[in-house]
Design a protein around this ligand. Structure first.
Ligand SMILES: NC(=O)c1ccc[n+]([C@@H]2O[C@H](COP(=O)([O-])OP(=O)(O)OC[C@H]3O[C@@H](n4cnc5c(N)ncnc54)[C@H](OP(=O)(O)O)[C@@H]3O)[C@@H](O)[C@H]2O)c1
Length: 278
């Protein structure tokens, strides 16, 4: 079984560097995928209220027989439940659906700037962490101006910002800013939601190492010091995506991948303008 490295966070806790994402896996199918993932050696699962599959994830982690302390469970607050009181209540709903009494990591899923509630929401996250209900608190899709605001208002920097990062959208400037606050980056859509898998450069690097394009890309995230949460519903891919600790990309590989960064490489929506309420 693979030894997954741990990344130390700015609150003194640690997070497994490689985890399993479950976006777009329906509640009645997620149990099988999570069981495959845990069987393959993943211990970190990334779900969200908005994915509608917290119940299925909770059932799978109970059925796994793995001690709660050996698992790392992340969920995210849906956008319609932002605000101080609504957040406290909504968080309890996640615990209830997951069947857990604490979360390892809870994230504000999107800032939703037009709603202007993310700073009050963050205060509730700080309180929930003080109450011992969440080990680490973080955000997702936060741009530098959103981070500045919550840090300025609360004095507490998030441990993690989960943002889109993959070879075709590397966000190097943004990542440098996070290092100043010691905020860890968790790469979402690490395979570009699948789009980066067809890249020719990635294909050549993968062949050179006798690995698949997905494995080469996941290895790139690890060597960049990023936390990475690939998703798959296929058992063979779930197993392959964690089988990335027996090879290393060399300096030439890393330099070639650095050149794949594109301004228009983003596959997800823009946090500055995504004000969807759900
Ligand atoms: N915070 C946010 O706003 C946000 C946004 C997006 C994603 N996320 C998180 O990040 C996780 C991963 O992102 P993602 O789901 O967008 O996409 P991803 O992990 O970048 O890519 C998943 C896609 O690649 C395919 N795939 C996976 N492994 C493969 C392999 N070894 N060979 C070939 N194809 C493979 C999957 O297909 P199959 O499933 O058919 O195998 C799926 O189509 C999500 O599940 C979620 O937890 C968060």
């Amino acid at each position: 079984m693979s030894a997954i490295p741990a990344i130390e966070l700015n609150d003194g806790k640690t997070i497994p560097q490689l985890g399993f994402g479950v976006w777009q896996i329906p509640n009645d199918e997620v149990g099988r995928a999570v069981a495959e993932a845990i069987g393959a050696g993943y211990r970190s699962i990334d779900t969200a209220q908005g994915y509608g599959n917290e119940k299925g994830v909770g059932a799978a982690i109970r059925d796994s027989g793995i001690a709660r302390s050996d698992l790392y469970i992340t969920s995210k607050l849906r956008t319609r439940d932002q605000g101080y009181d609504a957040t406290l209540k909504s968080f309890m709903g996640s615990l209830d659906r997951l069947g857990l009494d604490y979360l390892d990591l809870f994230l504000i899923h999107w800032p939703v700037p037009a709603q202007d509630k993310y700073s009050d929401t963050w205060r509730a996250f700080v309180q929930l962490q003080r109450d011992g209900r969440i080990r680490s608190i973080g955000v997702s899709n936060f741009l530098p101006e959103h981070l500045d605001r919550i840090i300025g208002d609360s004095g507490v920097a998030p441990a993690v910002n989960q943002i889109e990062v993959h070879p075709e959208f590397q966000q190097r400037d943004v990542r440098a800013l996070h290092r100043q606050h010691n905020i860890a980056i968790e790469s979402y859509s690490p395979l570009g939601s699948g789009a980066a898998l067809d890249n020719e450069t990635i294909g050549a690097i993968a062949s050179k190492h006798g690995k698949s394009p997905a494995q080469a890309i996941i290895r790139w995230h690890l060597q960049e010091g990023l936390i990475v949460i690939p998703k798959s519903t296929h058992a063979d891919r779930i197993r392959a995506n964690i089988d990335v600790f027996d090879f290393e990309l060399d300096a030439d590989d890393m330099a070639s991948i650095a050149k794949l960064d594109r301004r228009d490489g983003k596959v997800g929506s823009d946090p500055a303008t995504n004000n969807a309420i759900w």
